[in-house]
Design a protein around this ligand. Structure first.
Ligand SMILES: [Ca+2]
Ligand SMILES: [Ca+2]
Length: 181
């Protein structure tokens, strides 16, 4: 697959952004019509992706502008010095494709998201987009496979960050799977 030089200005000195761009490159292989970017190294710890599926309407339109948006997880990335804390990049769609220059970065450090970045939590290890509250804005569901629940390490957690006209809002909930009876 041919790579094109990125038109938008990208500050390659910032490691988190570079990881996001690398993830978007991988996503580009899976999502028809997405523009491609030149990028550097891969993302340690793999990458996860959430985007619209065929026939889903605008189920991935977080900001409600009529264009689906693309979420890319970097669960192995360090956040605030915590190795493997993980984060998610949300790049917004437009009539010419997904633009990396317009994006939001979501982690446990994001305002409104419960908790704080923790080592090896792997925030972003699984992703989904869908309108959970029916307000017309897609919401982002983020799995963290390494999260601790009480004294159970690696129990995992799910965080839902609700969409709004400005993109990801500061309204979020987080929970663990119910304990088996
Ligand atoms: Ca959108
Ligand atoms: Ca919603």
């Amino acid at each position: 697959m041919r790579r094109r030089t990125v038109e938008e200005a990208v500050d390659m000195r910032r490691r988190p952004l570079r990881a996001l761009v690398a993830g978007l490159l991988l996503a580009g292989a899976a999502v028809a019509g997405i523009r491609q970017w030149a990028a550097g190294t891969g993302t340690p710890g793999g990458v996860s992706v959430a985007a619209a599926t065929v026939g889903s309407g605008r189920a991935a339109d977080v900001d409600g502008d009529g264009y689906d948006d693309l979420a890319v997880g970097a669960p192995g990335a360090a956040v605030r010095g915590k190795d493997g804390a993980g984060y998610v990049g949300l790049a917004f769609g437009s009539k010419t494709g997904v633009h990396v220059a317009r994006h939001q970065v979501l982690s446990r450090a994001y305002p409104g998201v419960p908790g704080e970045p923790r080592a090896h939590e792997r925030f972003g290890s699984a992703l989904a987009l869908g309108d959970m509250d029916g307000d017309g804005h897609a919401d982002l569901v983020v799995g963290a496979s390494g999260a601790t629940a009480g004294d159970v390490r690696g129990a995992g957690s799910v965080t839902v960050v609700f969409g709004a006209r400005t993109g990801l809002s500061h309204r979020a909930i987080a929970f663990h799977a119910p304990a088996p009876s």
